[in-house]
Design a protein around this ligand. Structure first.
Ligand code: SAM
Length: 314
């Protein structure tokens, strides 16, 4: 198992969430309370702590108990860090439990970490043969095997099609149901390989299916929808929400959420509106950003990353 995770868009994401980047030369770091909603192995948290002053606080959240355990040593060294085990979808409750009403910034770096992918027993990867688990939070919820062994064939096909954009979703779903019960990543990978008549060249045939099942098992889009709303509600005026996505479904969701908040609220025709009631609740901070060539060459996982940033109206 590897403990390393290369953080994506590290400097850009951390600077912009702290208010440093906006074309405003010499803008001050905004000290205050920040949430790193996806601690992982703490790359972004460390960079945040390095930028922020003595009176700031970073609340680091992760749904993976191993990520929280990995962060405890850092929290023991730096009193400005609190580690919190939970789903960012429940950010309201997590902040209530700490008696925190509002925060200056929230950062989300979505998806899975390299330690999760590299640790065979987590069952995220078709590259290792291991129990089919795929839960980010190993303390709750059904595993991938439990879901695949009990779901309706039509549901499996829908998940593979929607979350994996898998062309042969129905054929693979039928093969899964015929082969049940499945227990290991190796069985699933082999079954997908034999059910796909024409795999995409250059891609492992099980890539899309593993992504789709992982998104289902962890309710990734549902958590993101709730997490974005909770994070925006908790931002202080002028506070920023920065999100790094890794595939088009996530990015579309974030883009729509940001666009709606950055547009004037709809008003029924003919109804007189006071000036501030017609003002958008937020603004986008610049365009979306993607990693440069040097970063993608050094870290292939960065290739699909995209950072979007929203600032709550002051
Ligand atoms: C890409 S990694 C984050 C890496 C981190 N930024 C770093 O630099 O080390 C994503 C992490 O977010 C966690 N995660 C994903 N979805 C989550 C959610 N809904 N709530 C809390 N944590 C989540 C995963 O368990 C994983 O550890």
């Amino acid at each position: 198992m590897s403990g390393a995770h290369r953080s994506v868009l590290l400097d850009e994401a951390v600077a912009v969430v702290c208010g440093l980047d906006d074309g405003a030369a010499g803008a001050p770091v905004r000290d205050g309370i920040y949430v790193d909603a996806t601690f992982g192995r703490g790359g972004h948290t460390r960079a945040l702590l390095a930028l922020l002053g003595r009176d700031s606080l970073v609340i680091a959240v992760d749904r993976d108990p191993e990520a929280i355990a990995a962060g405890m040593a850092l929290a023991a060294e730096d009193a400005r860090l609190r580690m919190v085990h939970g789903n960012f979808a429940d950010l309201d409750e997590l902040l209530d439990a700490l008696s925190i009403e509002s925060v200056q910034g929230v950062l989300m770096d979505l998806g899975v970490s390299s330690p999760q992918l590299d640790d065979a027993v987590r069952g995220f990867s078709f590259r290792h043969d291991a129990p089919l688990d795929m839960r980010m939070d190993t303390s709750r919820g059904p595993t991938a095997a439990q879901w695949l062994n009990t779901a309706e064939e039509a549901d499996i096909a829908r998940v593979l099609k929607t979350y994996g954009e898998e062309r042969y979703a129905r054929r693979i779903a039928a093969a899964i149901v015929a082969a049940r019960p499945l227990a290991t990543t190796g069985e699933l990978a082999e079954l997908v390989r034999s059910a796909q008549p024409r795999p995409t060249p250059g891609k492992h045939p099980a890539t899309r299916v593993f992504q789709a099942v992982r998104m289902q098992v962890n309710d990734e889009l549902g958590s993101l929808t709730r997490g974005l709303s909770a994070a925006f509600d908790r931002l202080a005026p002028g506070g920023r929400l920065a999100v790094i996505t890794f595939h088009s479904l996530e990015d579309r969701l974030v883009k729509r959420f940001f666009r709606e908040l950055a547009s004037p609220p709809p008003v029924p025709r003919g109804v007189p509106v006071r000036g501030d009631a017609a003002a958008p609740r937020a603004r986008m901070v610049g365009r979306s950003r993607v990693p440069g060539e040097a970063e993608t060459a050094a870290n292939p996982r960065a290739r699909s990353a995209r950072l979007r940033v929203l600032e709550k109206a002051a």
